[in-house]
Ligand binder design. Structure first.
Ligand SMILES: [Zn+2]
Length: 480
């Protein structure tokens, strides 16, 4: 049996079962966030009543929900939980405030990422104190030098942390951080730990921090850009090359499995890998690798198999694997839609790159600079000689972002005629229909949308989306 990827989706699946038995509540841990119920064939038009109805049917609804009638009641509620939140059975970082009436909710609408009718109030995060034992440097694949604080391991918001990113030297001097200091740590957004200050009263024999001038990996003199330091010795800097290879094999890049940072480091130190292109030549060094302690025939055969498997690669993953500054997998995807092959991308002009949605001047500049470097072109040529087969997106695929999704368009739209909207849907591979049925994926709803259509859509749980949401969907290629 496969483990479930997402606990939340698993629970949703179980709760949606027609024969759901409240006895499951004993083994499942969940609270219902939202629901739409009918009683006597009437839609319940507000959130609070809806939650109370499903509670009656035996589903888990938090006992901590409260209907507030004005802002004072909301503030009192927030204050009350601020005092007792650490005594609850579960961990909370804030309170969600939602609009109760669905009518007002649909008036407020949603953006592509979140509804405008709900907002989270975040409590100040927990602050803990620990000792700063050392500051060391990480050299990233782009040569960026990042100072990292090593602290006495400490538990914060449920996890134990021992190292914290300090970002840059300015941040360090702003805080006046010194080794041996007692420091205050907080989790930003409850995820990334951050040092927010020093307990100066406890300062004793602390050691002043001096920023390095040379790369901790290759000793090359560092260059400063704004507040950041870089090692520009990309051709010979060990840590840069190792991290470039680590990036190259990662899941969104070439996705070469069964090899990690540690293995790559050993293969680099033994001069088998000089850069990521050498991965495709690894078979030649089979005997040499087998002489290294810890490498077995079985492992090597599996690795060679995985490397060969990666040779068939989608264009977006290939672009991402090159490790161009500022080009994440989402940008790589957009770029892959815009150029029909790698050679056109290599020769792309700044203006042409900037026409791609979400690609700004900084990213476009970085792409142009990357392909101007002889070293990078040589590596791409070498990859091609190893028979890497890039799967490009042809024009037909490009047009079909909506990929057979069925749309109903209803109501009046300010800046778009019905014909214009129809053709946007069709041009992107969608299908238009007039009738609301279970086959419909989305209803694009405008002003004065017929109430019977709204009712039918709600009954069939079809998403009614605004024109703005639809346009963002196409732009961001955000189709679920
Ligand atoms: Zn270096």
């Amino acid at each position: 049996m496969h483990p479930f990827n997402s606990g939340r989706n698993f629970i949703i699946g179980i709760v949606k079962l027609h024969n759901y038995n409240p006895i499951y509540n004993n083994i499942l841990n969940y609270y219902i966030y939202d629901s739409y119920c009918y009683e006597n064939d009437m839609i319940i038009d507000n959130h609070y009543m809806n939650l109370n109805i499903i509670k009656k049917y035996g589903l888990n609804v938090s006992n901590d929900i409260k209907l507030c009638n004005d802002i004072n009641q909301i503030n009192n509620y927030i204050d009350f939980y601020s005092n007792i939140k650490n005594k609850l059975d579960f961990y909370i970082d804030g309170i969600v405030i939602k609009i109760n009436q669905y009518k007002i909710r649909s008036y407020l609408g949603v953006t592509s990422k979140y509804p405008k009718w709900a907002i989270a109030y975040k409590y100040n995060s927990e602050v803990v104190e620990s000792t700063l034992n050392a500051i060391y440097y990480q050299v990233g694949r782009t040569g960026l030098i990042t100072p990292i604080a090593k602290i006495n391991p400490i538990k914060i918001s449920g996890t134990i942390i021992s190292s914290i990113n300090l970002y840059n030297h300015v941040e360090i001097s702003k805080l006046d951080l010194r080794v041996n200091d007692h420091v205050y740590i907080q989790k930003g957004g409850e995820i990334i730990p951050k040092i927010i200050g020093v307990n100066f009263q406890k300062r004793n024999q602390s050691i002043q921090f001096i920023h390095v001038n040379n790369c901790p990996s290759c000793n090359y003199i560092l260059k400063r850009y704004n507040n950041l330091y870089y090692c520009n010795n990309s051709k010979n800097c060990t840590m840069q090359i190792i991290n470039q290879i680590v990036h190259f094999i990662s899941k969104d890049a070439m996705n070469i499995r069964d090899i990690n940072f540690h293995t790559i480091k050993i293969l680099y130190e033994n001069k088998i890998l000089k850069d990521y292109t050498d991965l495709f030549n690894i078979e030649k060094f089979k005997n040499k690798i087998l002489n290294i302690k810890g490498f077995s025939n079985l492992f090597l055969d599996k690795l060679i198999y995985n490397i060969n498997l990666s040779k068939n690669v989608n264009f977006k993953n290939f672009i991402f694997s090159l490790g161009i500054n500022y080009v994440g997998i989402e940008s790589a995807k957009k770029i892959s839609y815009s150029y029909s092959n790698i050679h056109l991308l290599i020769n792309a002009k700044l203006e042409s790159l900037m026409k791609i949605p979400n690609i700004g001047e900084k990213t476009a500049n970085s792409i142009v600079t990357f392909f101007h470097k002889k070293n990078n072109i040589e590596k791409i040529d070498k990859l091609m000689q190893f028979n890497i087969k890039i799967q490009y997106i042809n024009n037909n695929q490009k047009r079909y972002i909506l990929n057979g999704k069925i749309f109903v368009i209803s109501g009046v739209f300010e800046n778009y005629s019905r014909n214009k909207l129809n053709s946007i849907v069709i041009d992107n591979g969608g299908i238009i229909t007039k009738n609301v049925s279970h086959k419909v994926s989305y209803i694009i709803g405008g002003k004065n949308m017929g109430p019977s259509k709204v009712l039918k859509a709600k009954k069939m749980k079809i998403n009614i989306i605004s024109i703005d949401f639809f346009l963002t969907m196409i732009k961001n290629d955000n189709i679920r």
